[in-house]
Structure formats: C-alpha cells, structure tokens
Design a protein around this ligand. Structure first.
Ligand code: HEC
Ligand code: HEC
Length: 204
C-alpha cells in the first residue's frame, strides 16, 4: 500500500519534471509569425476596443509569464472578453510560450508618453502598488504585469473591472476596491507616464 503510493508519487514527480523539460522555452521568431493574427489590433498604434472605447493594451515588453497567464484566463473565460477569448482559444502551450517570448523581447519605450491628469498625485498613491509592480511600474516579477507606459484608459478600465468584479483576481480585487475614481485616474496617469515603459508591437 505505502509502496504503491510512493511509486505513484515517484511517477507523478518524474512525469512533472519531464513535462516541464519538454516544454521548451519560447521561440521568438516563431512567436513573431504566430502573432500575425493578433497584429490587426495589437500592432496598430492608437487602436481601440469598439465598445466600451479604450485603447487595446500595449504588449511590447510585457512580462512573458503574465502574458501566458492572461491568455489562459481569456481561454478559460475567467477573464471575459469575447474577441480575446476567440483569439486565445486555439493557442496551445507552445504558441503561448513563443508569442510571450516574442512580446517580452521588445525594448522599452525610448521616451515617456504624454498623459492627462495628475501623475504627481498618482505617484503619492502608488506606494502600495510598488511591492508588486515596481515603484515606476517596471517591476521585474514576471507574473505581475508591467504598468509603465501602458495606455492610461486601459489602466483605468482594468482597475474599474477589478472593482466591479468583472475581472476576478483575489490580489487585485483587494487592491482596487478601496480606490476612489479620482485615485484610479491619478494612478493610471502616473503609471502610464513612467519612462522605459511598454511599447506597441511593430511588425514590419
Ligand atoms: C480584435 C482585436 C484583438 C485581436 C485580434 C487580439 N486582441 Fe488581444 N486584446 C484586445 C483587447 C481589446 C484587449 C483588452 C481586453 C480586456 O479589457 O481584457 C486585449 C488584451 C490582450 C492581452 C492582455 C493584456 C494585459 O495587459 O492584460 C493579451 C496578452 C493579448 N490581448 C494578446 C493577444 C494575442 C496573443 C492575440 C493573437 C492570438 C490577440 N491578443 C488578438 C484586442 C485584440
Ligand atoms: C500583491 C501584489 C500586487 C499589488 C500590491 C498590486 N498589484 Fe496590481 N496586479 C497584481 C497581479 C498579480 C496582477 C495580474 C492579475 C490578473 O491576472 O488579473 C495585477 C494586475 C494589475 C493591473 C492590470 C494590468 C493589465 O495589464 O491588465 C493593474 C492596472 C494593476 N494591477 C494596478 C495596480 C495598482 C494601481 C496597485 C496599487 C493600488 C496594484 N496594482 C497593486 C499584483 C499586485
């Protein structure tokens, strides 16, 4: 009995290691070609979601692990967005690895983006965010999204979705709930205006 449980654990353990090993890291060149279907929205500067209207998020320079987590959340429907569900639906693990490696490989923005609103007030309010997202929104924990240089209206939309529960995440739900609409606006201005931020993918 004990021996068979041990054997099972051993098999599971080795299986896990093999599965991990077989999962080759993403291939940037393959990711670039697999991103072709995404480019119609994500590689066009200023492109917006139709309704409600907000800029499609910048993905160039975003952390690979976060991109994979986001794609899986759209795939499962945990994160609700019909177009992104359709686009993520058929991606297999390798495609997600390749695409995320490609996106993460973009260099940071050369100059900060101009923003509206009160970024200085946002800086003062961002202290609690820094532990995970970095003081300037360029944190280096791969599972936590970079916020620097992200579109201001997209950041507001994301925070509003956490507040309403439309986007479910236990950590961010807790962080977003106490924010006033002024806090949301100020924080979005601050992170959107930070240097060395995300870029819109350019596919030549
Ligand atoms: C029709 C336009 C459209 C297409 C095509 C599209 N996307 Fe998106 N994508 C969006 C919009 C809009 C959002 C923001 C949705 C939301 O509010 O959650 C988004 C969000 C994302 C996010 C989450 C970003 C973040 O910061 O959380 C990732 C990752 C992403 N898309 C990757 C892809 C990939 C990979 C493809 C191709 C397989 C793709 N998208 C195709 C419109 C599109
Ligand atoms: C304990 C860690 C932690 C803290 C503190 C934190 N966040 Fe987050 N944040 C996360 C994680 C994890 C995600 C991704 C959640 C998901 O998958 O939806 C995230 C996602 C986000 C997003 C969505 C980004 C995108 O690309 O869609 C925004 C905006 C955001 N956080 C803003 C903030 C702000 C503003 C604060 C401070 C008030 C804050 N966060 C504090 C961990 C944290």
């Amino acid at each position: 009995m004990i021996r068979s449980v041990l054997r099972q654990l051993l098999v599971l353990g080795i299986g896990g290691i093999l599965a991990g090993g077989a999962q080759a890291a993403g291939d940037i060149a393959a990711g670039k070609s697999k991103f072709a279907t995404c480019a119609g929205c994500h590689a066009i500067p200023g492109y917006t979601n139709a309704y409600p209207t907000y800029h499609v998020p910048r993905l160039g320079g975003q952390h690979a692990d976060y991109i994979i987590a986001a794609l899986k959340a759209y795939q499962s429907g945990e994160r609700k967005h019909p177009t992104m569900h359709a686009n993520a639906f058929s991606l297999d693990e390798q495609a997600m690895q390749d695409i995320s490696a490609y996106l993460a490989s973009f260099p940071a923005a050369a100059a900060p983006y101009p923003v509206q609103g009160d970024a200085t007030a946002g800086k003062a309010k961002s202290v609690t965010c820094a532990a995970c997202h970095g003081a300037d929104g360029n944190g280096n924990i791969s599972l936590y999204p970079r916020l620097a240089g992200q579109h201001q209206d997209y950041l507001r939309k994301a925070l509003g979705d956490y507040q309403s529960g439309a986007r479910k995440n236990p950590i961010m739900g807790g962080m977003a709930k106490p924010l006033s609409s002024q806090d949301v606006a100020d924080l979005a201005s601050y992170f959107a205006s930070q240097p060395k931020g995300l870029v819109t993918v350019q596919q030549e």
